[in-house]
Each structure stands twice: as C-alpha cells, then as structure tokens.
Design a protein around this ligand. Structure first.
Ligand code: ARG
Length: 458
C-alpha cells in the first residue's frame, strides 16, 4: 500500500525525494482550469452514453464545479504526494463528494487527459498571443504614420546605403509580425483536435462518444488514431517554433532600438517608463527592456530545442519523458506575452528625433545611387555610370565635402552628361520620393502600405 491512486500493486512507498522528482504539480497546476473543463465534458459524455447514472454525473459535476470556484479563488492546496494536476484534482473530488468521485476516470487515462489539457490550454493562449501581436502592430503603424516623410539613412552592412522613409523601415517589422500572426493562426487547426477518449493508448471498451466530448469542449475534430492522440506533441513544438521565429523578429527590432538610442545614433529616445538608470553612473539611461527581449529570444530557442530533443527518441505511445513538454511551453508563453506587451508600449511611447535623422541623411553619400541612375537614364551604361560616380565620391572624400556640394564644373570633368538638374536628383528627399516602384520607399508607396496595414488590422 503506497496511498497512491495507482498504489494497489505496490508493497512499499517511494521516499519523498523520489516522489518530488517525479511530480509535475509544481508546474502543471497551471492547467487546473482546463483539467476541470475536460473532466466536466468527459463526465457529461459518460452520462449521455449511459455509462454513469444521472445521479452520479450530477454529483461529480457538482463537485467539479465547486473545485472550479476554489481554483478561481486560488483556494486549492496542491500536494506533491498527489503527483500531478490530474491526481490532485481527483483526490480533492473524492474528498469532497465521496467514492463516487472515483467514477470520473471511467474510460479515460491520464495520458489522454493530459494531452486534452494541453490542447485546451494552448488553443486559448494562442488566441491571446495573436491579439497581442495585433496591438503591437497597431503601435508600429501609429509611429509609421507619424513618420512617412521623415527621411532616414537606410543601411546595408550597417553602412549608409540609400535614404529611406523612416516609416518604411518601421513597417518592415509590421510585415514580419503579420507572418508570425499567420503562422500562429494557421497552427490553431492542429491544436483544435480532441485526444480525449484515446485512453491509455488503445481506446476503451466503454461505449463512449468521443465526438460528443470533443464538441462539449469546443474542439472541431478528434484524433483518428488513439496512439497518435496520446503521443502527439507536434502542436506544442509548433507553438515553440512559431514563438522562436517571432522572438527572432523582436530581437532584431530590439537591437535596432538599442542602436538608435545610443549617443552615436540618437535617432530615437525611449520613454523614461521603458528605460532604467545605472546605480553608479548618474547620466545613464539604458534600454534594458529592449536588451532583455533580445536576450529572451535565447530561452525560447532553448525551449524549442529542448522539446525536439525530448521527442526524438521516445517509442510510442506515452512515456514519462513527455511530462517535460510543459515547463518550456509555459516559459515560452510567459516570455512572448511579456515581450509583446513591453514592445508595444516601448514603440508607442518612443520619440523619433526627426531633425537628427534629417541631418544624418544629408551628411553622407547615400545619394550616390541617384547620381549613377541619373547618368544611366541619360544613356550611359550603368556599369560606367557606377564607375564615374565612384570617382566623384572619391573626389568629395578628398575635399571633405558631399556630392551636393560639388560644383558642376568638377562633376563635368568626369562626364558632360551631368547638368544643373543633377542637384535636384541628389536631394535625399527626391531619392526617397522618386522610388515609386511597388513596395518601394516612395512616400506614395509607403502610404499604400499603411492603408493595407490598417485594413489588415481591422
Ligand atoms: N503528469 C503527467 C504528464 O505530465 C501526466 C500523465 C501521466 N501518465 C502516466 N502514465 N504516468 O505527462
């Protein structure tokens, strides 16, 4: 006798420290609502299929309802000796309503039960994540709308490349998040499946109705193979993978926020509410939140690798290894929810230093492509135009000036195709405005992009 729900076959109990190692209640108590929800659906189905009597079903449902109220008020006291959320709740139920509580587990196993809980849990949480992504996207659009005509240096290799609209740069992150949102949305159809009724692995001899319990829980489908139902953790891997890719996007954005906040760039200033100071250097204003998000991408990749590795070698069907699917999932969920909320506030409240950006874009050679394009438009082969422009850039560097400061006579030494109107083309605003190609940085194109984004957010 071990005093366990499965103790009949045992002659002695494990020591407490062994129990503690095997227990999951420390973290799977986060599934309490879903476990009760699944049990109510299961017992309702048992009643509908005449497997339990109406009185039994009513008594069990009433008990579960009471436990739900206690759970909502944080009044349940979970015990390590009861191992996990499933056995803790079953014990509480029988303590509450007597031995009839033991009938709840008819025709089910903890294996289909835990899988059901995870499906129910993720289905709700993914919807919350999608909502947070949209809020963040709205904050990006808001900043972008304010900065359509704010000129900024565009970079490749972190070297000034071509002038762009700052809104265009910001909107890049909108589209990354749009794809993240699509991936999460698309994954729902693989979460929205009920494993309940698969039993331990082989199904059950009781005349259950899996479709009914699935419907009661709001699932759109049931697993067609009972072994697959209890062994599948793909939907969790997908969640961790979608989250990891999104965190990669957030981390790239965070990196830019950090760079832009430096004295060297000064393109933006973060709101005090999203910055921190130094305990020794009084002047410091650090972008800690952005740095943390960049850092937290690491743990989400770790959680993904962790679960893939747990799954890679386990034989069918359930193995206790699979209990390791939970902490990483809870952690990743916590991480993405926190990161999205912080990022939304950070972007919404940041100040864009339009003058500094304006100055930046006028003190560089990022208009050199314009000069080459100008010559190419006048018939010079682009390769030659590139060479001529390169020489003019070199002349400027030697003189310590920029292309716009170079007198026409100097320019014409390299090509007589260059005429007075070249200075209009060289203005950074023209460089941006003239890029009308679809998806380009031209103000008209950026406005089209913003309209599309608004439509997607509606
Ligand atoms: N706590 C377990 C888990 O999270 C529940 C399933 C236990 N099943 C079993 N056959 N031991 O995986």
């Amino acid at each position: 006798m071990s005093g366990k729900a499965w103790g009949g076959r045992f002659q002695k109990s494990a020591e407490q420290w062994v129990d503690e190692f095997g227990a999951s209640i420390g973290f799977d108590q986060q599934l309490v609502t879903e476990d009760i929800e699944g049990s109510i659906a299961h017992v309702t189905m048992l009643g509908a299929c005449n497997i339990l009597t109406t009185e039994e079903v009513d008594a069990i449902k009433d008990g579960l309802q009471q436990l739900k109220v206690k759970a909502d008020n944080n009044e349940l006291e979970f015990k390590v000796e009861n191992e996990d959320i499933h056995l803790n709740l079953e014990k509480m139920l029988t303590d509450l309503i007597g031995p009839v509580g033991g009938k709840l587990h008819t025709g089910r196993s903890r294996n289909d039960q835990v899988a059901t809980d995870m499906h129910l849990f993720l289905k709700k949480r993914v919807v919350e994540v999608i909502e947070l992504i949209e809020k963040f996207q709205a904050a990006i659009v808001e900043q972008a709308e304010d900065n359509v005509e704010t000129l900024a240096p565009g970079y490749t290799h972190l070297q000034r490349a071509q002038p762009i609209s700052f809104a265009h740069h910001l909107m890049t992150y909108f589209w990354m998040l749009e794809r993240d949102k699509q991936r999460f949305t698309e994954s729902v159809k693989r979460i929205d499946i009920s494993p309940l009724g698969a039993g331990a692995l082989a199904g059950t001899t009781f005349p259950i109705d899996r479709e009914l319990s699935a419907k009661l829980m709001g699932f759109s489908a049931v697993y067609q193979n009972s072994i697959d139902a209890v062994s599948d953790r793909d939907f969790i891997v997908e969640f961790l993978s979608n989250s990891s890719l999104m965190m990669a996007h957030l981390s790239r954005f965070a990196e830019e926020i950090i760079l832009w906040s430096t004295d060297e760039f000064k393109f933006i200033e973060l709101d005090d509410a999203f910055s921190t100071g130094s305990s020794i250097m009084p002047q410091k204003k650090n972008p800690d939140m952005a740095e943390l998000i960049r850092g937290k991408a690491g743990r989400t990749y770790g959680n993904l690798m962790g679960l893939l590795t747990v799954l890679k070698g386990i034989p069918l069907a359930y193995n206790k290894d699979m209990q390791e699917d939970k902490e990483g999932m809870f952690d990743t969920l916590h991480t993405v929810v926190g990161s999205l909320k912080i990022f939304e506030g950070m972007v919404r409240t940041m100040t864009v230093n339009k003058e500094i950006l304006h100055k930046a874009v006028h003190n560089d050679f990022s208009n050199a492509t314009e000069l080459a394009d100008y010559l190419a438009t006048k018939g010079m082969p682009f390769r030659e135009a590139h060479e001529v422009t390169g020489k003019l850039v070199f002349t400027c560097i030697q003189k310590g000036i920029y292309l716009l400061d170079l007198p026409l006579e100097e320019m014409q030494k390299e090509s007589t195709l260059l005429e007075e109107d070249v200075y209009e083309v060289l203005a950074p605003v023209a460089a941006v405005q003239r890029r009308h190609s679809l998806g380009g940085t031209g103000f008209d194109q950026v406005k089209i992009q913003l309209a599309q984004a608004q439509a997607l957010l509606k």
